[in-house]
Design a protein. Sequence first.
Lengths: 334, 348
Amino acid sequence: MGRYLIRRLLQTVVILLVISAITFFLFWATPANPALLICGKDCNTETVAQVNATYGFDDPLIVQYGTYMQGLLSPGGRTIGSEGSERECPWPCFGESYQNGIPVWDSISDAFPATLWLATGAAVLWLFFGVMLGLIAALRKGKLIDKLSVGIALFGVSFPTIVFGYLLLFLFIVKLQWIPFPDTANAALFTVGPVKWLQFYILPWITLALVFAALYTRLTRANMIDTMNEDYIRTARAKGLSERTVVFKHGLRSALTPIVTIFGLDLGGLLGGAVITEQIFSITGLGKLAIDSVLGNDLPAIMGVVLFAAIFVVVANIVVDVLYAFIDPRVRLS
Amino acid sequence: MTLGVTEAQSPEGGLPADHLAETAEAKQIEGRSLGQIAWARLKKDKIAIASAIIILLIIAVAVFAPLIVKLNGFPPDQFNKTNADGSPLLNTRDGGIPIGGLWGSGTSSEHWLGVEPQNGRDVFSRLVYGTRVSLLVALGGTIIAIVIGTVVGMVSGYFRGWVDTLLSRLMDIMLSFPSLLFVMALTPVIADRGQDLFGIPDDNKLRMGVLMFVLGFFGWAYLARIVRGQTLSLREREFVEAARSLGAGPGYVIFRQILPNLLPTLLVYTTLLIPSYITAEAALSFLGVGIKEPTSSWGRMIADASDWIESNPLYLFFPGLALFITVLAFNLLGDSVRDALDPRAGRG
């Protein structure tokens, strides 16, 4: 187990480094002239040269990458700016926004709580409903309720988030007016109180959860049907165990193991920003930060969010792998 | 082992005739091939037939878009101010909301699905042309993803060793990318770059190409993993061993013997990848990084319409419905194809 963990950790570090390098070179190698992007309208040769010196755009790309990584890896962060106008950028330093000069890390940590709430709430919803529907469908295979669940799941998978989100918004906010229009400011649980907080998040949760709930229903159903046909289930029944024990302790437990893997990856991905849901319901989370930086051509911010999101996916990956090794002993042996 | 065909025979040197005869004979004994059985099953599946018909209709709409738009006579980019009888179409004092029609959408015998607020462009014509964008981008992206995924997966699974290690790590890395974020961030950057480097204007033809490329490029890794797994088991089968002992090279084995056996998987994956790319294109255009004005795209229409959700909900409803029906039809067909090709379901 120890060796497995160490190997996985090392792999993760390598993957993160590779991703950071690819991301950096993709984004930094592409724009024709970052200096022009920064100095904007009043650009002349002099200011461009100055900007180039300040941001180090004259250095070879590999040196720039080194500087960038220094800000992320060295505990002291790094300094930004040329001689005379240097300023400290404490760890973790993702650079400063071209648009407003705010350190990218500040924007990310400001936006993250909203995304965290959004993703976690949705995850609770989809896990609960997905697994429950899938389980019921599998146990009543071929019956009406099974066909109904399968139908609902297929419908859910086919509902594009933009369509479903606006449908909810139209129904509950515009038509029925059960919920007020989402404010541009994020609702924080401790400042607005639980009722407003729930009103703010409930529709985004449902929107985000729908597709995943549908996928998990299908997955749970398929796994559960396979598992219940295994020999050890027959053995368990033959031993005279109650149906409840057979289904939950022997069946569901093993049917859920693959779901653990997928759940970790999905949640990891969503923590990097649920762009569309945030856009529909005006939540200023990571996804909104990402799209705003993309539309504003704000390279350091784009790079920061993408890298931050990638870290989540990779970390989720390793957490899932380790969990999996605990749940399923066969993984450790290979 | 090295890549490419070395001392082995060229594919045209081919299999000895008796091998071919053998497989033909084997088929006869077996009865029907998986393909024939799947086809027979699909023909009995009412949902499959219905969704296939809908898909064909959608494709027809995309192909014959200019003809269809001629029916109502409003080009998708044309700004309309008045009806045929000269009465105003839009309420200029009220922010340009259409006058009349169902729920203030401006539906009429001229504009079947109403008009856009402010500009007065015909919603039906824009929807019809949006079909083209959706299908083209999704199809292009799918083809790119399938080709890369299949080749990488087969090479990885067939050659094993360091090639496999390298490619498998590459797949891991590709799967670790937050792909929607990446696609979102890269599309405008690449489109910009195309303008600077090659002098191609950043118009929507370039944008569509970039979308296909980026979607395909970030979508192949999962398929490659599946293909790799199947190739690993296929390469140990007797018919591959037989071909190799007769001197067939890697190129021949991979493309003539392993690839045909992967076709069911690829078919299912294609029908499921297309709807997910249709959704992705709509999402990107919705976010403002995909297709731009004046070309119409369903995602773009939804983004525009979201500003009018209170005064003119139908404007939002039509592109949403088009997107939903298209995605649902492809998903339903994909599911039916998968069920039909499932060998475990018993060959009946």
